[in-house]
Design a protein around this ligand. Structure first.
Ligand SMILES: NC(=O)c1ccc[n+]([C@@H]2O[C@H](COP(=O)([O-])OP(=O)(O)OC[C@H]3O[C@@H](n4cnc5c(N)ncnc54)[C@H](O)[C@@H]3O)[C@@H](O)[C@H]2O)c1
Ligand SMILES: O=c1ccn([C@@H]2O[C@H](COP(=O)(O)OP(=O)(O)O[C@H]3OC[C@@H](O)[C@H](O)[C@H]3O)[C@@H](O)[C@H]2O)c(=O)[nH]1
Length: 345
């Protein structure tokens, strides 16, 4: 039985998980672990696939509708005998035989998740239901990439997993933050009702190579703007804070959570906290010291502060981030230079 010491108030179940397919016990299949990654063509998903493919015992199946992801992120694996890529929308059922499911499919940048909010909530609710149904049928363990946005505009700082959040249920962000909250509920209901083995990661802002250049998130915006010599757009008031985790640390945390014994939810993020003005100043200093910083209008319901309490991740997963913002930004700059065709002066 998975334990959940990360949130003492959640009831877990003693029901045994559904049995995996009988093939799992045959000699032929035992050698490999078959892993489904939904949203595997996206930013975090493609880095996760790279890491999973390093293990020769893993077979990886990616299901993605390419809304914000791209085949290009996976080009080195296309044609590999242990890799399969399926164009699939998770709002439709998926019939595959797998042992583990990393369920990432969902647009993550506010610009993209607000673009078609009804589709975003369908992806979170129906998509997660479909993946839980699949997990139940084949007896797979499933990990959901939830978000720090479940804490909304938090009134407790830093945010521990026990905090229930301060979320506007009818705001423009709710397709995403309420969608993820329902997805977490579904995960626990399937766990309690059907014994499914679940894992929930609450991911805090993550950055790194392969983010879409015009993704709209703050780190990719500032780096692209600095490289193009355009003013950095700090949304007002600029004192709002975020904590930025480098993608290799994130992938390490997700795999530890999947392989460990705890259901979560567990915060995975870097507790280093920066105001948006501080982030802009850092990008300016590291990439283009003469670039301007412009204060621009913000969007509704922008959380004013965000910083993970990662005590549980440290204690239960033996995980903590290693890459500091000042070390991660240049790695992302290098990737953006290559893709934008702008070499270092
Ligand atoms: N990057 C972050 O800072 C962050 C923070 C918190 C949570 N997360 C979560 O992590 C996951 C991955 O985020 P990311 O930053 O890699 O985003 P991303 O937009 O780069 O990747 C999401 C992937 O999901 C795919 N997708 C979207 N809707 C789909 C659907 N209906 N069916 C199939 N595929 C679909 C997209 O095409 C894309 O490849 C998301 O679930 C996101 O909510 C990310
Ligand atoms: O150009 C910009 C973009 C954004 N910002 C600011 O930067 C901060 C971060 O904004 P982002 O759009 O990068 O991301 P957010 O923190 O709002 O949401 C993010 O965090 C949780 C995840 O689940 C989401 O998927 C992710 O996008 C906000 O305060 C925003 O106002 C700017 O100052 N300038």
């Amino acid at each position: 039985m998975a334990t959940d010491s990360s949130n003492g108030e959640q009831k877990t179940t003693s029901k045994p998980p559904p049995l995996p397919s009988p093939l799992r016990f045959s000699k032929f299949y035992q050698s490999n672990m078959r892993i489904l990654v939904t949203g595997g063509a996206g930013f975090i998903g493609s880095h996760l696939v790279d890491k999973l493919m390093e293990n020769e015992k893993n077979e990886v199946i990616v299901a993605d509708n390419y809304f914000t992801g791209s085949k290009d992120n996976l080009r080195k694996w296309i044609g590999h005998p242990r890799f399969e890529l399926i164009r699939h929308d998770v709002t439709q059922p998926l019939l595959v035989e797998v042992d583990q499911i990393y369920h990432l499919a969902c647009p993550a940048s506010p610009i993209f998740y607000k673009y078609n909010p009804v589709k975003t909530i369908k992806t979170n609710v129906i998509g997660t239901l479909n993946m839980l149904g699949l997990a139940k049928r084949v007896g797979a363990r499933i990990l959901l990439t939830s978000t720090s946005e479940v804490y909304g505009d938090p009134l407790i700082h830093p945010q521990p997993e026990t905090y229930w959040g301060n979320v506007n249920p009818i705001g423009v962000r709710s397709c995403y933050d309420e969608g993820k909250r329902v997805a977490e509920t579904l995960m626990f209901d399937y766990h309690r009702q059907h014994g499914i083995e679940i894992r929930i990661a609450r991911i805090f802002n993550t950055y790194g190579p392969r983010m879409n250049i015009d993704d709209g998130r703050v780190v990719s915006n500032f780096i692209a703007q600095a490289l193009r010599g355009e003013p950095l757009t700090v949304q007002k008031p600029g004192t709002q804070t975020r904590s930025f985790c480098y993608v290799s640390d994130m992938v390490d945390g997700l795999i530890r959570l999947m392989e460990g014994e705890h259901t979560g939810p567990i915060n995975i993020g870097n507790p280093g906290e920066f105001t948006m003005v501080e982030l802009a100043e850092t990008v300016k200093e590291l990439i283009k010291p003469d670039v301007e910083i412009n204060m621009v209008e913000n969007t509704p319901d922008d959380p004013r502060q965000r910083k993970p309490d990662i005590t549980k991740a440290k204690e239960l997963l033996g995980w903590e981030p290693k890459v500091k913002l000042r070390d991660g930004l240049p790695l992302m700059e290098e990737d953006f230079r290559l893709r934008l065709g702008i070499s270092k002066e």
